[in-house]
Ligand binder design. Structure first.
Ligand code: ZN
Length: 246
């Protein structure tokens, strides 16, 4: 659905990106770094209300950069030869990174035709029946789309091996989580939750739902990383690290 809000966001993204290209061409200092593509850049382009959102070299978002920064530092790890479920694999740099050392890499979405990723599979997380199959599940900006997130979290727990981890990122606001009624219109969802196909908006209490499903949860905020790294890489967002109790 094309909405005014989407068009305005895209226009501001375009303008900011073009401006940064001009600045780079004019010799602006490349004092920023993108851990997704490994390049030094003059800055990150604006998207919506976020002034430093996308990498001008590869387009990586703040949450995409956060994942690379956490993996680079060893704060989170990918097991060699492990089984990884990559939900809604929109971020090309993470497709490469997750699939590189995996023994069983599963890129999946409820609508696989939307992705140009080899081996895409159709997966409805609400009907996922896998048991103790995955070492890692990555779902970034997925949970705010699923009608029954508590069911999906229980399915993830079952699909993880003991000690396995689900890495979850969701749009957050400062208020407690709010679910919309099932029959909410696209317009009304956009008004309340920021996008026409978001069925809820999470707050930090998302962690309570993860814990209620039986997973151990740790919040990793971008702001908890060294300040100079956060500035240089323009890191933002919060990773909900959900672990299957070993
Ligand atoms: Zn980049």
């Amino acid at each position: 659905m094309i909405t005014t809000q989407r068009v305005l966001k895209a226009l501001s993204k375009h303008g900011s990106r073009a401006l940064l290209r001009v600045k780079t061409a004019l010799g602006a200092a490349k004092d920023r770094h993108c851990p997704a593509c490994g390049q030094d850049v003059a800055g990150f382009f604006r998207y919506g209300t976020e002034a430093e959102w996308g990498c001008i070299a590869c387009g990586a978002s703040p949450r995409e950069r956060l994942m690379h920064a956490l993996l680079d530092s060893g704060r989170i790890t990918l097991p060699n030869g492990g089984a990884i479920l990559h939900c809604a694999p929109n971020e090309a740099s993470l497709v490469r990174r997750f699939s590189a050392g995996a023994g069983d890499y599963v890129p999946a979405d409820i609508d696989p035709a939307r992705y140009d990723v080899p081996g895409m599979q159709r997966l409805d997380l609400m009907a996922m029946a896998d048991e103790a199959r995955f070492d890692r599940i990555y779902a970034s900006h997925v949970m705010e789309h699923v009608p029954d997130d508590r069911l999906v979290l229980r399915n993830m727990l079952r699909a993880l091996k003991p000690g396995g981890e689900a890495w979850l990122l969701v749009p957050l606001w400062k208020r407690p989580s709010e679910d919309g009624p099932a029959d909410l219109s696209g317009r009304e969802r956009e008004r309340r939750f920021g996008q026409w196909d978001h069925v809820r908006q999470y707050g930090r209490d998302f962690s309570d739902r993860i814990a209620a499903a039986g997973l151990e949860v740790e919040l990793i905020d971008a702001g908890s990383l060294p300040a100079d790294q956060v500035r240089r890489m323009a890191l933002a967002d919060t990773l909900f690290r959900a672990r299957h109790p070993a």
